[in-house]
Design a protein around this ligand. Structure first.
Ligand code: CMC
Length: 392
């Protein structure tokens, strides 16, 4: 009984109302609380964007200072959490570690799991934003067999992340400001993207009343897939596999072949049918970073540019409105910074945490909140009688 619509993949279903992020896919427009992403990426910085997403307005200087103080004072992980990292195989993917460790936070931070208490919700939000870089950096350190590096609260969010990833004992590590700015921009460009798969996963998990750490762990798990956050790793691996611009036609033909499931990674988007405004900023940033670092003639960037050009000159891609997305250029920057491809998706996860948390808070503040419970179109057998095993 009851009427419901059939919408596989939710291509035309609004699952909630929200005041956080607006996307106009036809115009290639992305606004956070009304502010265009290119303005934020050019003039703001990540923690200010976090404040904006969480609280709805740009902060005053005093509000920002207080927020930064609160975040930097929650960057440490409970010392016992190190056992979780050490329990993984050395070759574990950092995303596997993140899914586990983020969920395990509920076992350590009991005083921020009661979702009926607004203060606990606030503390959980700050803890997640503050600790995610530490978790990602420690997953990396563990994978390369180096000691964990504790957070330094005198550094900015991006500097501290680079410090925790690349500092080694007994050697002085000075964060390169060009790299810190590039990382901060990557964090901003990934901060939120309305009801994408991982955010919808967080909301669905939260609709049952699950604790915040469980909800965000669900988001991390969903993000890992190559059609979503895993695309940045897959994209760089694809560019490496292509190797040089002369091999591009072969890969384009594969992507166009209906009988081959191969896709060009970093191309296409469910909502953007013109261009992805994040990709425009990311492309500029990749160019800037490589030239500031003095990396001339980067073969991966050369292949990426030639691939973009070839795809945009091909009616298969233009007819289907498949344009480079945010993941197309981010990997080139991350590689220049010194990250292995396995760290690309964890960096997306730590950047998106603020989006997940903002949406989670918004959802819990909704007095109409109901458990998310989609229906289905049943195509199986109609009722039939059980057959005893000897008669089958
Ligand atoms: N290469 C080749 N063909 C493609 C691609 C691609 N990257 N993306 C879509 N198509 C084709 C697809 O085969 C389909 O063709 P047809 O209509 O003939 O069956 C048509 O375009 C529409 O594709 P779809 O899968 O129905 O579109 P969707 O909105 O469900 O999927 C997407 C969007 C992003 C999952 C998809 O474009 C894709 O798999 N892209 C590659 C992975 C990627 O870069 N993901 C990152 C997305 S942006 C960051 C994020 O959200 O995490």
């Amino acid at each position: 009984a009851g009427v419901f619509t059939y919408d596989p993949g939710f291509t035309s279903t609004a699952s909630c109302d929200s005041t956080i992020t607006f996307i106009d896919g036809d115009k290639g427009e992305l606004l956070h609380r009304g502010y265009p992403i290119d303005q934020l990426a050019g003039k703001s910085h990540f923690l200010e964007v976090c404040y904006l997403l969480l609280y709805g307005e740009l902060p005053s200087a005093a509000q920002l200072e207080d927020f930064e103080y609160r975040v930097t004072n929650h960057t440490m992980l409970h010392e016992q959490m190190q056992y979780f990292f050490r329990g993984f195989r050395r070759d574990a993917h950092p995303m596997a570690i993140m899914v586990g460790v983020v969920g395990a936070m509920a076992a350590f931070y009991h005083d921020s799991t009661d979702i009926s208490d607004p203060w606990q919700r606030e503390v959980a939000s700050i803890r997640l934003i503050a600790k995610m870089p530490t978790i990602a950096a420690w997953a990396y350190k563990y994978s390369v067999g180096q000691p964990f590096v504790y957070p330094r609260n005198d550094l900015t969010y991006a500097e501290n992340f680079l410090h925790m990833c690349f500092a080694v004992p007994a050697e002085e590590y000075k964060v390169n400001p060009i790299l810190a700015r590039a990382m901060d921009r990557i964090f901003m460009l990934h901060a939120d993207h309305e009801q994408n798969a991982s955010t919808s996963t967080v909301r669905l998990a939260s609709s049952s009343g699950a604790n915040p750490f469980a909800c965000i762990a669900a988001g991390v798990a969903c993000l890992w897939g190559p059609a979503h956050g895993g695309a940045n790793q897959a994209c760089l691996e694809m560019l490496r596999e292509i190797g040089s611009p002369d091999r591009i036609p072969e890969f384009i033909e594969r992507a166009k072949d209906k009988n081959d499931s191969y896709r060009l990674m970093g191309f296409g988007h469910r909502v953007y049918k013109n261009f992805d405004p994040r990709a425009t900023v990311m492309k500029q940033s990749a160019d800037e970073v490589l030239s500031l670092l003095g990396v001339e003639n980067n073969p991966v960037l050369a292949t990426a540019k030639a691939l973009e050009e070839a795809a945009l000159a091909d009616s298969y891609f233009t007819d289907k409105k498949l344009f480079p997305n945010v993941d197309f250029y981010s990997g080139i920057i991350l590689e220049a910074v010194g990250f292995p491809t396995s760290m690309f998706t964890p960096i997306f996860a730590l950047s998106r945490t603020v989006g997940w948390v903002s949406q989670w808070k918004e959802q819990l503040a909704d007095p109409q909140l109901k458990i998310g419970r989609p229906r289905q179109l049943y195509l199986g057998e109609t009722q039939r009688d059980y057959v005893n095993i000897e008669d089958r």
